[in-house]
Design a protein around this ligand. Structure first.
Ligand SMILES: Cc1cc2nc3c(=O)[nH]c(=O)nc-3n(C[C@H](O)[C@H](O)[C@H](O)COP(=O)(O)O)c2cc1C
Length: 360
């Protein structure tokens, strides 16, 4: 197997079975207290969880977040998850299409369109790879899989811990600006577990970006994943750096709360979303949808298709309950649901929010 293929399979195995969550940091979504409505005047069956994202209707505000592609195992997982997304009406993100670019023979492991004809399918490229690709080459990768939009992922923390990973992150913003102006399909800038701060959000808006997936801290630590790989390979220097940075990043809840007022068209809250209550809290803070990666993979790995469906059922059931109990008949009203912010999330909002006010 090629180096990139081996890395993809290592990532899948570590995320499905390994202990790679954040250690002490959380999403801070637990600091959002939704205000109970004792008189919701709604029937549970009337709660409408549908949204429109990139012109497609989703039955629930959920995206199975970008994970994989490039190996046989990755192809099997993509097909399984894409058919679940089709059946349930979720969005579906493909993993980085770098492997497909380097080894076009692996393209079939990304092709899910026939199995998921109605699904919102998002392609995926890393900003560092896109920097050295012509826009036409990126477009070809996306057309090949019938993508409705593309996630351009940012992952500097993971790369600097990865043995042999990227070290040069220059020209990222101009690469993104070029893709936004030339690609002709929606571009969503996406982190991979360390979050997007409001200062970065402002730079992205200046480059023409309208859509972000915060992929914040509190769920899967990609520094953690690479630390485990470094330890297994005996790379002591990388392991040491990875242990120090394991919990690096801005919590998902703080990213959403601080990006919400900036004027993006779409904010997807990924990173540590494990329950329907997490989804409800992220939406009340201003997200349009929530993304889930590793918890879906773990449920699939432990219980097969039924296991993944059962996990997603519980997320939807909790979300519906939270909507009823906040008197929210639809997602639009959930996004305005009264809530109180307590604890550390309040500190992030006050201190970085103040930075915003000082700039005005
Ligand atoms: C096995 C696996 C592979 C991933 N590969 C990619 C990828 O290729 N591109 C990307 O943008 N994000 C990738 N991610 C990151 C997720 O999309 C997500 O941002 C991150 O894991 C945080 O979400 P979580 O806490 O729900 O796992 C991957 C996640 C997992 C679990």
């Amino acid at each position: 197997m090629s180096g990139i293929g081996q890395r993809k399979d290592d990532h899948l195995a570590l995320c499905a079975q390994g202990d790679v969550g954040f250690r002490r940091a959380s999403t801070l979504l637990e600091c959002v207290r939704l205000v109970h409505d004792a008189l919701p005047e709604l029937s549970l069956s009337d709660v409408d969880t549908s949204i429109t994202l990139f012109g497609k209707t989703l039955k629930a505000p959920l995206v199975i977040a970008s994970m994989t592609g490039g190996t046989e195992e990755a192809g099997r997982i993509n097909r399984e998850l894409a058919t679940i997304a089709e059946e349930r009406g979720y969005g579906f993100g493909l993993g980085s299409q770098r492997a497909m670019h380097v080894r076009p023979e692996s393209s079939s492991t990304y092709r899910v369109r026939e199995l998921a004809p109605r699904t919102l399918v998002l392609g995926n490229v890393g900003v560092v790879q896109a920097r050295s690709m012509a826009t036409g080459e990126v477009r070809t990768l996306l057309e090949d899989v019938g993508a409705d939009g593309v996630c351009v992922h940012l992952n500097p923390a993971m790369e600097i811990v990865q043995s042999g990973g990227d070290r040069d992150f220059s020209l990222g913003l101009s690469t993104i600006a070029r893709l936004v102006s030339e690609l002709g399909i929606p571009v969503m800038v996406k982190e991979t577990g360390c979050g997007i701060a409001p200062s970065v959000g402002r730079r992205l808006l200046g480059a023409g970006v309208r859509h972000v997936d915060v992929s914040g801290a509190g769920g899967t630590s990609w520094v953690g994943v690479e630390t485990k790989r470094a330890a297994a390979a005996g790379d002591e220097q990388a392991r040491h750096l990875g242990d120090a940075l394991w919990d690096w990043g801005m919590p998902t809840g703080a990213c959403v709360a601080l990006l919400a007022p900036l004027g993006f068209e779409t904010i997807v809250a990924t990173g540590g979303i494990g329950t329907g209550l997490d989804v409800a809290r992220a939406l009340a803070l201003g997200a349009n949808a929530a993304g889930i990666a590793r918890p879906v993979l773990r449920a699939l790995s432990a219980g097969g298709r039924q296991g993944a469906m059962k996990f997603l059922d519980s997320v939807e059931t909790e979300l519906r309950a939270a909507m009823l109990l906040t008197g929210s008949s639809d997602v639009r009203s959930l996004r305005h649901a009264p809530h109180v912010v307590v604890g550390e999330l309040g500190a992030w909002m006050t201190q970085l929010g103040r930075e915003d006010r000082d700039r005005k």
